[in-house]
Design a protein around this ligand. Sequence first.
Ligand SMILES: [Zn+2]
Length: 109
Amino acid sequence: MATQWYYKIKGKVNGPISSSEIIKKIKARQILPMTQLRKGDSQWVVAQSVTGLFEKAGVWTGEHKCPYCGNTITTPPTNCENCQRKIETSAYENADTHFKKIVSSKLEK
Ligand SMILES: [Zn+2]
């Protein structure tokens, strides 16, 4: 039987859905790095701790930096804790592009 996934949004459990549906939801930003995920009957974990999941979706989960002061921030949209400026999702999109470049350059080697 194929892997079945459950995910929690605002305390509500959704699923079961397949691995490919999980990838689709990550791409659509319906599942974010901090979204709670569960594989079958196992424990709830944050989505970004599932190895390879975000890589498969081509979504960056690494560190984000404030474009204004360089402070490490959480996934945009957010406010920088250091300079208090609003960081838009466009910063995240740029990070995606950057990540894809890294992935494709690794594949080329
Ligand atoms: Zn800042």
